[in-house]
Design a protein around this ligand. Sequence first.
Ligand code: CAA
Length: 257
Amino acid sequence: MNFETILVETRGRVGLIRLNRPKALNALNQTLLTELMAALETFDADNQIGAMVIMGNEKVFAAGADIKEMATASAVDMLNSEFIPTFDRIRVIKKPIIAAVSGWALGGGSELALSCDMIIAAENAKFGQPEINIGVIPGAGGTQRLAKAVGKALAMEMVLNNRTLNAEEALHYGIVNRVVPTERCFDEALQLATEIAARAPLAVQLGKEAINQAFETSLSEGLANERRAFTLLFASHDQKEGMAAFIEKRPPEWKGQ
Ligand code: CAA
């Protein structure tokens, strides 16, 4: 895969995507978002890939939507733009996505990280929604995901007064999985992705789907969905293999079937 604004490679069963507009602090323009989605969707459809990592560079994950691209847009331009709908496509990726966040994750960059399933944060990571500084509000899920993740009071402060969270605060509020030395951020994200990518693929997929439903449904609907997914896995080769391997005291061989 050859792209203009991202670098893509595979490491074993992990698909790695590096945001690569360093001069613009990885600002998310339409080209970058389109390329990012193409890479994610290609990896999602590839049986050789079990998980993905999205990363920036040491100074910045992404400094938000590309302000220069949006500055003169009309409301109708924004309504017809593919920018926000592109974010929506991340929600239907089936395989786990881990964000490795070093430095700034601002605006759409923070929203991109929050759209991922897990976040490994470098000690220098900073999360914020500075849209208020440029006369708008988050448009790619920030008000919703932050309110659910950090609660109403802090989400209000972040969105209405540009309160940023450092890595330890992000950990405290449950936005990130862990904080690691900055130089270890990518390796830790890759390690986590590699471990998950080696697990039973269907169980990983349905586990992700069931957890995400917890944010969208009532408890009884979520529990019913979980029960259906759990039951469905008993139709898989990997359930038979996993349980037989446990009883026979040997490592399982997953087929994703
Ligand atoms: N869009 C376009 N260009 C950006 C950008 C952005 N979001 N963020 C930084 N850049 C560009 C700067 O314009 C600058 O380019 P030039 O050299 O051509 O002038 C270059 O990147 C370096 O930026 P700075 O000189 O500002 O770097 P800094 O280290 O002094 O500051 C920063 C870093 C604090 C991240 C600062 O760049 C900044 O505040 N950026 C804007 C952050 C922001 O407001 N993000 C929200 C965007 S709106 C949004 O995301 C809406 C949504 O919900 C989808």
